[in-house]
Ligand binder design. Structure first.
Ligand code: PMP
Length: 327
């Protein structure tokens, strides 16, 4: 049975067997509609609205272990984005932002985690299956588990190989791209799986007009002549919290940042390029479609931003302690 599952995943999205990621740890507690339940009891019905139509919103948040204790990185901003995503789909979260923040901290504590990835998700549950979710309950779940580097430790050190995807990023007039919504990730899945099938580590998606947008789960930055450039919101990108972090850190270091429409050729002729994201953190890009970016090494500015980012999340920069929420 396990074997069959892996085979179908391979055929479906082109993962090689070696790439099958480890299963999530089974055990511990999951916060489910206001109370903690055992991992095995955190279940919903197969006729849940969210399962059929992708009607849910979620977050990905990291908690880092530091020598000053465990801290959640930019918790308030993540919870705020969760509520803004929900609002765009008319989902009324039956808790306050403060209650969700408290529940997230409790989830980390009850599971005895010092460093983890946190996944709050809010979706329509079971009632009926018309497209309109009228009457469907809003289910709220928070889970947390240990999750290392999203694209592997080596990717953070040496960078990754990307390809421009033939799948374009969803257009802001098709779906509200600023929402981190479940259904939007079908678009990400297609781009990511196409890239993996072709032997690349990750995809870069263009917007519907052909400008560079972002990765399936990452924002993108390039460095040109000592300046940072990143796509603006007109390309339908998710307003990444790591992206915002990098913009603020770069400005503080004295590196100019410009948010604008970016062409494929600007990326290919960049001195450096990197992805940002809660899961991907700061992942250098060393090659795109066989073209070496810069000299193929992790660039100086990328390294500096990466170092600063990891110092900040590990509570080594007093100026940015405001971004760290103690568990
Ligand atoms: N774009 C997409 C499509 C994403 O899923 C993510 C991950 N949340 C990002 C960008 C990066 O956002 P953040 O830095 O807030 O994790």
């Amino acid at each position: 049975m396990e074997r069959f599952k892996f085979k179908s995943a391979e055929e479906g999205v082109g993962m090689s067997e070696g790439e099958v990621p480890a299963k999530l740890p089974e055990g511990g507690k999951i916060w489910f509609n206001g109370r903690f339940v055992d991992w095995k009891d955190a279940k919903v019905h197969v006729l849940s609205h969210g399962l059929h139509y992708g009607t849910g919103v979620f977050e990905g948040i990291r908690c880092y272990s530091t020598d000053k204790g465990s801290f959640i990185f930019r918790l308030r901003e993540h919870v705020d984005r969760l509520f803004r995503s929900a609002k765009l789909y008319g989902i009324r979260i039956p808790y306050s932002q403060d209650e969700i923040c408290t529940a997230i901290k409790e989830t980390i504590r009850i599971n005895g985690l010092d460093e983890c990835y946190i996944r709050p998700i809010v979706f329509y549950g079971f009632h009926h299956l018309g497209v309109m979710p009228t009457g469907c309950p809003v289910e709220c779940v928070i889970a947390a588990w240990k999750w290392g580097a999203y694209l592997g430790e080596e990717s953070l050190r040496s960078g990754i190989k990307c390809t421009f995807s033939s799948w374009h990023r969803i257009h802001p007039n098709t779906l509200p791209t600023t929402a981190k919504a479940c259904g939007h990730y079908l678009n990400s899945l297609l781009a990511a799986s196409e890239a993996r099938k072709k032997g690349y580590d990750e995809a870069i998606m263009l917007d519907c007009e052909g400008f560079v947008a972002e990765g399936p789960g990452e924002n993108i930055f390039i460095v040109k002549d000592g300046k940072l450039l990143t796509p603006d919101f007109s390309s339908g990108i998710l307003p990444g919290i790591t992206r915002d972090t990098v913009i603020q850190l770069a400005k503080d270091i004295g590196i100019a940042v410009e948010e604008k429409r970016i062409t494929k050729s600007e990326v290919l002729s960049a001195d450096e390029a990197f992805f940002t994201g809660t899961a991907a953190e700061i992942t250098p890009i060393r090659e795109i479609d066989g073209i070496i970016i810069g000299n193929g090494e992790v660039g100086e500015i990328t390294r500096e931003i990466q170092r600063k980012f990891f110092d900040v999340v590990h509570a080594k920069e007093s100026k940015y302690m405001k971004w760290l929420e103690p568990v």
